[in-house]
Ligand binder design. Structure first.
Ligand code: ATP
Ligand code: MG
Length: 577
């Protein structure tokens, strides 16, 4: 592409609302422009990078025997009512009506739509298994769209759905997709890790997320460097204490202290002159089976998903003041486990070995001091807190490390959640009718491009890994007014294009300084500089964007150089006119 014909509106300044480097660089490099909050135009360079990821995704999904389809973006409400998600999905689902007042939504994900398509066609186990995928625009009315394409409202997703007659088959496909995702993100040149994850509103029995490691990531994960266990902190288990603490001795009973208006952990700790570690935080949750009390150390957070599993319930929500008063007999903000008889008390393992702790007294403006778990109250001990760095690994008890990540992919074993509610049935080998077993697998295409920039940039701009680079080569004649330079650059441009390389040819008649700055900003893996000086030796100067190393290469050797360089970083550059 000749720069003089290209639509690459680069900017010197970063936009004020761009908080992360990938967002800033994508705007400055003229890849994207904001149309409305979380809604972006993709300009030619941005679209090229997106297409690079899509091509890799398509090649690998096809290789894994998945088949591409394309379902509608506008989905009838009826399907979502069948699955129950019309009510559950909340405000992220953008709902609309047609001229006949019929309800629709913009698809945020396509479990319902694909289950509907498959239930109409699949009859018997002979029609299974199937894995169908699409690369398509999704809409989610995110509460806080930000970071450009990373958390947009309208975004491109690859979503795949698999259908099986048996659990074993579904689990084999899950593993197939896990390996496929690993290949995809490797080919994208990303540093990533696959972690155990929660299933959220998509649901199902288990799931893994693919996380690109980056300090700006919105997800936190814990990793055990000894055994390789890694999980989203929303999900991560924490090992119980290896040896249970010795039974506590019965000492003085707890004493009541007056703590007027002191509610929060830090406030109470400061008021009593103890460390927040010494407090047992007691939260009352409502569940479909009635209230439950959850106790963690003052410095820890309750993980609602773990609490659900520990209490054996489907829903947990923080209780309102009235429920707290009914359950504890005391005011909200002063709850504690001692003498709490009406509700089950679940305490985190980390509470087990506390002594002389401080808790609420279930009485307005009072706390208890000198509380000993196991003596003054007897909870059920479970793992119910949010994991953090330093917590013991559930597999080997080594202290885990906290990292931040960007979730680029998510795979789920769905089971029969959608097929059961929507009646997607098949006849099994013994002639029985059963719900189809499903899995689903998503990749954020735009988010993957943004994540790549988060990992690959410097102060001057983007550093594209060759497989995602919009162009492989940035051809830069220093002075277009010099006839010899222009002619050689023109002919090199033609040669490289004939050889199948994608070339951005900066044929602008402007100062070399601006051209070099733009080349660094746009970040193509190789910059080929042509000037009077290089031509004296019938050469061009080839500079590698990542290492900054440069060398003179004879004009006859340029193609061989590119071939070697690109073969080193990927098998063969895919053709790109
Ligand atoms: P998150 O927790 O980041 O909101 P999610 O769990 O809601 O993501 P999934 O439903 O698993 O996301 O969607 C599959 C993939 O789609 C994600 O792994 C992510 O790469 C991408 N994705 C999800 N939401 C967005 C968004 N708002 N903008 C861009 N990509 C997104
Ligand atoms: Mg997710």
């Amino acid at each position: 592409m000749r720069f003089t014909k290209a639509f690459i509106p680069t900017l010197k300044e970063s936009p004020a609302d761009a908080e992360v480097v990938s967002h800033r660089l994508m705007i400055r490099a003229g890849m994207i422009r904001k149309l409305a909050s979380g809604i972006y135009d993709l300009l030619p360079l941005g679209l090229k990078a997106i297409r690079r990821v899509e091509t890799i995704v398509r090649e690998e999904m096809d290789r894994a025997d998945a088949q591409e389809v394309l379902l509608p973006v506008v989905l009838p409400a009826g399907l979502w009512k069948e699955s129950g998600r019309w009510e559950l999905y909340g405000k992220e689902l953008l709902r609309l009506k047609d001229r006949g007042d019929r309800e629709f939504c913009l698809g945020p994900t396509h479990e319902e739509a694909i289950t509907d398509m498959v239930r109409r066609e699949v009859r018997s186990y002979r029609d299974l298994p199937l894995n169908l995928y699409q690369i398509q625009i999704k809409f989610r009315d995110e509460m806080r769209p930000r970071f450009g394409l990373m958390r947009a409202r309208e975004f491109i997703m690859k979503d795949a759905y698999s259908f099986h007659a048996t659990d074993e088959c579904a689990e084999r496909e899950y593993e197939n997709m896990r390996q496929t995702y690993t290949r995809i993100f490797h080919r994208c040149g990303l540093e990533f890790t696959c972690v155990e994850a929660e299933t959220g509103t998509i649901g199902g029995s288990f799931s893994h997320e693919f996380m690109v490691l980056a300090d700006t990531g919105e997800s936190s994960i814990v990793v055990c460097q000894a055994c390789g266990y890694s999980a989203n902190t929303e999900r991560a288990e924490i090992a119980p204490p290896r040896t249970p603490p010795a039974p506590a001795e019965k000492g003085e009973p707890p004493g009541e202290v007056h703590t007027p208006g002191k509610k929060g952990v830090d406030e109470v700790a400061a008021f009593l002159g103890v460390s927040p570690e010494q407090l047992i935080k007691t939260l009352i949750f409502t569940t479909e089976q009635g209230p439950v009390a959850a106790c963690v150390r003052g410095t820890e957070e309750v993980n609602p998903e773990k609490l659900k599993r520990a209490a054996g319930v489907e829903t947990v929500e923080l209780a309102d003041d009235r429920t707290i008063e009914e359950a504890t007999g005391g005011a909200a903000g002063f709850s504690g486990p001692v003498g709490l008889l009406k509700v089950p008390v679940i305490a985190d393992y980390s509470v087990m070995d506390m002594k002389d702790a401080v808790t609420g007294a279930n009485k307005r403006d009072y706390h208890l001091v000198g509380v000993t778990p196991g003596v003054d109250f007897n909870p059920t001990y479970m793992d119910i807190r949010v994991a953090k760095g330093g917590d013991p690994c559930p597999r080997c008890s080594t202290a885990m490390i906290l990292k931040r990540g960007i979730e680029v992919g998510h795979i789920f074993k769905l089971g029969v959640k959608y097929s059961e509610s929507m009646g997607a049935l098949f006849i099994d080998e013994s002639g029985r009718e059963r719900p189809i077993i499903m899995g689903c697998y998503g990749i954020g295409i735009g988010r993957t491009v943004a994540a790549s920039i988060e990992q690959n940039h410097d102060e001057a701009g983007i550093i594209w890994p060759a497989p995602l680079a919009p162009y492989h080569v940035h051809l830069l004649p220093v002075n277009m007014n010099d006839e010899k330079t222009r002619k050689k650059a023109d002919s090199l441009y033609e040669t490289l294009r004939m050889e199948g390389y994608s070339v951005l040819y900066d044929d602008r008649d402007i100062g070399a300084g601006i051209k070099f700055k733009d080349a660094d900003l746009l970040g193509m893996p190789l910059r080929l500089t042509v000037s009077g000086r290089t031509l004296k030796e019938d050469s061009v100067e080839i500079r590698k964007r990542r290492s900054g190393s440069q060398e003179l290469v004879h004009l006859d050797e340029v193609v061989a150089f590119l071939e070697r360089f690109l073969r080193g970083v990927e098998e063969r550059p895919s053709m790109n006119p």
